[in-house]
Write a protein that binds this ligand. Structure first.
Ligand code: AMP
Length: 302
């Protein structure tokens, strides 16, 4: 099975209480595809400018990510700059430069138009919709992400998009904002009424909540108990990559597979936050993932 992901490929400038990094590799599709590549075949669609370092494309290819749908166009690469205070759960966006994304019109290559699984990573929901409309056969499972910026300025497009997806993965602040309620339990139910039959709300170091509309039931998972979080950037996308990657590897979306997928997502995110940018995912091995999945499952044992 394979996954198609469309989202941002970026150069990030990030400041945390433990250090800072300028113009590091980032972007929602970058984190997602690197994480998912540990479980399944990944095809990436996105856009970068002429300034995007070639070694970053080589890095994605070294993870066997198919980058034939990554457009390199005139102009500068999307740039995001953010800052974390001691409470590392929420990034404060300092600057967003859309650059090549301002005129980007996603063109899904013919070879990519019938994906088994589709992930619409965080970008303008109008672009996410354009992608969904180009898909020729309904994928087995379509999931998406979004962020406060789009809930704020593109809510109608986002609500349109949600009618066409099976699952949304978003963080607690975004869920409260989208549903306009304080309780996350109510928010999950409200968001599912917009379309998605599966809703995942991530709560940073407090884990994640899963809501299944069909049964009206919840499943909750803790975060992996890490002592040091160095840079939380990309944790959400890395979670989504592990989650969707595992689903694709099992070719199933039954309840047990979804639980196991949430464990993989949590474990992948826990590695990602240990170092800046994608540095930790660059060296991560399958053995390390398996070992941490085992340790994490011990937490559930009663
Ligand atoms: P996360 O920490 O998982 O929410 O995602 C962080 C990544 O999202 C960073 O690498 C950014 O480049 C990317 N990002 C931030 N703002 C946006 C935006 N408005 N559109 C698309 N990607 C973004």
């Amino acid at each position: 099975m394979s996954i198609l992901v469309v989202g941002s490929v970026a150069l990030d400038t990030v400041k945390t209480p433990f250090g800072e990094r300028d113009n590091a590799l980032g972007g929602s599709a970058t984190y997602f595809s690197t994480s998912a590549s540990y479980f399944t075949e990944v095809k990436l669609v996105g856009v970068v400018g002429q300034d995007f370092p070639k070694e970053h494309v080589a890095f994605l290819q070294s993870k066997k990510v198919d980058t034939s749908g990554l457009e390199i166009t005139d102009g500068e690469t999307f740039r995001w700059s953010g800052k974390y205070e001691f409470d590392m759960n929420e990034a404060k966006t300092l600057d967003t430069q859309l650059n090549v994304f301002e005129s980007f019109q996603p063109k899904i290559p013919e070879t990519h138009k019938k994906p088994d699984y589709l992930f619409l990573a965080n970008i303008n929901p109008e672009l996410q919709l354009e992608v969904l409309n180009q898909i020729e056969e309904r994928p087995k499972f379509v999931a998406c992400d979004t962020m406060n910026l789009w809930i704020d300025i593109k809510k109608p497009a986002l609500l349109d998009l949600l009618k066409g997806v099976d699952c949304i993965i978003l963080n607690d602040g975004e869920a409260r904002m989208l549903a306009d309620v304080s309780s996350l339990i109510k928010a999950a139910k409200e968001i599912s009424s917009f379309g998605p039959s599966h809703v995942i709300i991530k709560k940073g170091e407090h884990g994640a909540i899963y809501y299944e509309k069909a049964t009206g039931s919840f499943f909750m998972i803790p975060a992996y108990p890490l002592e040091e979080v160095f840079d939380p950037t990309g944790a959400g996308d890395t979670f989504a990559g592990g989650f969707m990657g595992y689903i694709s590897s099992q070719d199933s979306t039954d309840r047990e597979t979804i639980k196991q997928a949430m464990i993989r997502g949590t474990v992948m995110a826990s590695f990602n936050v240990e170092e800046f940018s994608l540095d930790r995912l660059a060296t991560l091995t399958h053995e390390e993932i398996d070992q941490r999945v085992g340790l994490f499952k011990e937490i559930f044992r009663s």
